[in-house]
Design a protein. Structure first.
Length: 410
């Protein structure tokens, strides 16, 4: 229990600290871009988040498992170098598409800002956070990921106030990310090459994680589309209101990620005698977090959005309620996916379920947008999360019962 509490505090508090500073920037950014530009900037961020997921491929799910099970520093260094070879290859291919999509989605006059936000956000796909999670060492996450982002935000605040140029913030954030990556490489993969020796090697590495990457990409597809769909199909006022709720939801997702990071290596590390108990602790913790997050988002979302965005746009209670439903089921399904099904080799099944749920959600969101019901767009995303949770629940519980029946007596 002491171990998991230490991991939980580290993997929860550190990422949340990195979120506090961007919250300070939101009123500044809202005043710079105005009410008509908020949805474009947040759309760029959403597109960049999807791009980061593609670049990350399957390393955020498979990587921690491999690192946790590695037996030497050399083996871990080789795993990390392999991840960089696949991710840099994807980066080259993904960034131009990311910029083009951002230009198409953004409203005229705010396209450069949307592209800058998308590009800076996409670089998160190169983060070494999954490696730190696999080691179970939140200190490394602080040094190489959280602190650089925190510093970038602190430096950017006065720059934004003086220049009112949003691209300068994204440039500082990108530079901080690159500095963190170089420092991590010098410490944990010195002597390893970041660049694939051949196209065949790169394709082989990508193919090996195709199922996990498909899960990430499909899940991110419906999670990243509400604001872009609203920006394209709705008025700036309607899309701006939805985008503020979407931003709050995305900040909330970091709590789910942090909790999942704390529990993942703890539940799957080899040689433990109470595996089933650990899995149950993770399941109930995620359910509690989902319920608390949904209630807070619904009750306080409208007020908080108005404060954070300096009165430029206010989320409605109905939209926040739909996002709250999505948050609850996302949190509830996370341990089923990351701790039970994926480590048990059920990636193909999870991929099929995620694709089906993504299709359901995206279609529902598009229908809501084109029929003039922008407030129902996040309901489509909530439907995706409900469908995915329902599909993962029974096989996940079966694996849990099997682990309980075979666990050695401690």
């Amino acid at each position: 229990m002491k171990t998991v509490l230490l991991r939980l505090s580290g993997f929860a508090v550190l990422p949340l600290l990195s979120l506090v500073m961007p919250l300070i920037l939101l009123p500044i950014i809202a005043n710079i871009v105005g009410g008509n530009g908020i949805s474009s900037v947040i759309s760029g961020q959403a597109i960049g988040t999807f791009a980061a997921t593609v670049i990350l491929w399957g390393w955020n799910v498979d990587g921690p498992v491999w690192i946790a099970r590695a037996t030497s520093a050399d083996e871990r260094a080789a795993i990390y170098a392999q991840s960089m070879r696949t991710r840099l290859a994807l980066l080259v291919a993904v960034l131009p598409v990311t910029a083009a999509v951002s230009v198409i989605v953004a409203v005229p006059g705010h396209r450069l800002q949307a592209v800058a936000m998308a590009m800076a956000t996409a670089l998160a796909g190169l983060s070494p956070a999954w490696f730190c999670i696999g080691l179970g060492q939140p200190r490394l996450l602080a040094i190489y990921d959280t602190v650089p982002r925190f510093a970038a935000t602190a430096i950017s605040a006065p720059i934004l106030l003086m220049t009112r140029e949003l691209w300068l913030y994204t440039a500082v954030l990108a530079i901080a990310t690159i500095i963190g990556l170089i420092a991590f490489h010098r410490r944990y993969s010195r002597g390893q090459s970041w660049f694939p020796s051949s196209t065949r090697e790169a394709l082989r590495g990508l193919r090996a994680q195709r199922h996990t990457a498909g899960i990430n990409t499909a899940g991110s597809a419906y999670a990243s589309t509400p604001t872009p769909i609203a920006t394209i199909t709705s008025s700036p006022a309607a899309s701006g209101s939805l985008s503020t709720a979407d931003t709050l939801y995305r900040f909330g997702i970091f709590t789910v990620i942090a909790l999942g990071n704390a529990f993942q290596s703890w539940t799957i590390e080899p040689g433990i005698s109470n595996s089933a108990q650990r899995h149950r602790a993770a399941l109930w913790s995620h359910i509690a977090l989902g319920a608390a997050g949904a209630a807070i988002l619904t009750a306080l979302g409208p007020l908080v959005s108005e404060i954070l965005f300096a009165g430029q746009a206010r989320a409605t209670t109905l939209v926040c309620f739909y996002y709250g439903i999505a948050f609850f089921f996302l949190s509830a399904s996370t341990p089923l996916n990351r701790n039970l099904l994926i480590p048990s080799g059920r990636q193909p099944y999870v991929l099929r379920c995620t694709i089906v749920s993504a299709v359901i959600g995206v279609l529902a969101m598009v229908v809501a947008g084109v029929t003039g019901h922008p407030s129902a767009i996040p309901l489509g995303m909530a439907l995706s999360e409900v469908a995915l949770w329902a599909a993962l629940l029974i096989p996940g519980l079966r694996i849990l019962r099997a682990e309980q029946g075979t666990a050695p007596v401690g």
